[in-house]
Design a protein around this ligand. Structure first.
Ligand code: KMH
Ligand code: ZN
Length: 315
C-alpha cells in the first residue's frame, strides 16, 4: 500500500449498463434490444472486465423499453449461465412506466442488486436526435420529444415501498444519486435503519435535470457523501454522453468505482459511436490499468458490496 490510489481503493468495480431506456435504436446500431443481443453484449462486457451488469429490457420487435418480467426472462438465464458477473436489475425503468411496472422484474427475479433512484427530478433527453431524419421505429421520436415534460418520480414513499417490497430477498441497491440533495434523501433512509452499510452510491452526472458533469461537482458530491456517510458507503460514478470517460476516470482517481455502457453513452470517442458495450468496458479498463489500478472480479465486487451471491437469485 504505497500509493495514494492503493490506499484509497485496492480494486475498481466496473459496472456496465448495457441498454437502458434513454437511447433509441436509430441513434446507434450497436444498441442491443433483442434478448439475444442484450445477452450477448452483456456476456462480452463481463468478459471485458465488468463485474456488475445493470440491465433493462426492451421489446424485441422495436426496441421500446419494457418492464415486462417475461421479456427479462428471455435473457437473464442466458447471462447467468455464461458469466459470473453480478446481475443488477433496473427499478428506474423508463419514463412511461408506473412504479409498479418498474419493480416487477426485480420482485420476480430477486437479483443480487437492483437500482434505487434516490429522488424525483426533471429527466430529459429531448435534445437528442435533433439531426435524425429517418427513424427506424415510429415510437422513437415522440418518446424522445415527450421527455421535455417528464418528471422522474421517486418520492420518499416510492423509495420506502421498494425497500419494503424487496426487504425479504436480500437484494442490495445501486443508489442512483443525480444531485447532492439525493445524498440527503439517502441519509434519511440510512438514519431510519432502512438501508444498511456498505451501500453503493452511483453518482450520476450530466443528465439534463440533474447535476452537471463538472469536475468540481464530482469533488463536491464525494465530499458531501464522505461527510454524511464516512466509510459506510462504496462510491461509483457514471456520466452521460461525452462526459463518460473523463468523469469516470476522475472518480476512479479519487478512489471511486465506475459505470460505463451504452445506457449512459453511445460513444467511444469524440463523434465516434461505440461498436459495443464491451468496447467501452475495455477502454475504461485500459485507462485504469495504465494508471496503476486493478479491476475487481465479480466475486471481489460481491465481497466489497456484501452481496448475497449468484446462487440466491430467482432466474
Ligand atoms: N439511465 C441512468 C442515468 C435506473 O435504471 O434505475 C439512470 C438509471 C436508472 O440507470
Ligand atoms: Zn438503468
Amino acid at each position: 500500500m504505497t500509493t495514494a490510489v492503493k490506499r484509497l481503493q485496492p480494486k475498481v468495480i466496473i459496472t456496465c449498463a448495457v441498454t437502458g431506456a434513454i437511447h433509441t435504436p436509430t441513434l446507434s446500431d450497436a444498441l442491443p434490444y433483442t434478448p439475444q443481443d442484450i445477452a450477448q453484449q452483456a456476456v462480452e462486457a463481463a468478459q471485458a472486465g465488468a463485474a456488475i451488469l445493470h440491465l433493462h429490457a426492451r421489446n424485441p420487435e422495436d426496441g421500446s423499453p419494457t418492464g415486462d418480467p417475461d421479456v427479462f426472462a428471455q435473457f437473464l438465464p442466458a447471462i447467468g449461465e455464461r458469466t459470473d458477473a453480478v446481475i443488477n436489475l433496473t427499478t428506474g425503468g423508463s419514463p412511461e412506466m408506473t412504479v409498479e411496472q418498474r419493480l416487477a422484474a426485480a420482485l420476480r427475479f430477486r437479483p443480487e442488486m437492483c437500482s434505487l433512484n434516490m429522488g424525483s427530478m426533471n429527466f430529459s433527453m429531448h435534445l437528442m436526435g435533433s439531426k435524425v431524419k429517418d427513424w427506424k421505429f415510429p415510437w422513437e421520436k415522440p418518446y424522445i420529444e415527450a421527455s421535455e415534460a417528464f418528471i422522474f418520480r421517486n418520492t420518499f414513499r416510492d423509495i420506502a415501498r421498494v425497500l419494503e417490497l424487496m426487504s425479504d430477498f436480500g437484494t442490495r441497491y445501486e443508489h442512483e444519486c443525480y444531485d447532492i440533495g439525493h445524498l440527503y434523501n439517502l441519509a434519511y433512509f440510512v438514519d431510519r435503519g432502512l438501508i444498511k452499510p456498505p451501500f453503493f452510491i452511483q453518482g450520476v452526472f450530466g443528465i439534463l435535470g440533474g447535476i452537471g458533469a463538472d469536475y468540481d461537482n464530482v469533488v463536491f458530491m464525494k465530499r458531501t457523501a464522505d461527510r454524511l456517510f464516512g466509510s459506510d458507503y462504496v462510491w461509483s460514478v457514471l456520466a452521460a454522453g461525452k462526459h463518460q470517460m473523463p468523469i469516470t476516470t476522475q472518480a476512479a482517481m479519487m478512489g471511486g468505482n465506475v459505470r460505463v455502457g451504452l445506457e449512459d453513452s453511445l460513444f467511444i470517442g469524440r463523434g465516434r459511436l461505440a461498436s459495443s458495450n464491451a468496447q467501452q468496458v475495455g477502454k475504461i479498463r485500459l485507462i485504469l490499468e495504465e494508471l496503476g489500478m486493478e479491476i475487481a472480479t465479480p466475486d471481489e465486487a460481491r465481497q466489497i458490496l456484501a452481496l448475497k451471491g449468484q446462487a440466491e437469485v430467482a432466474f
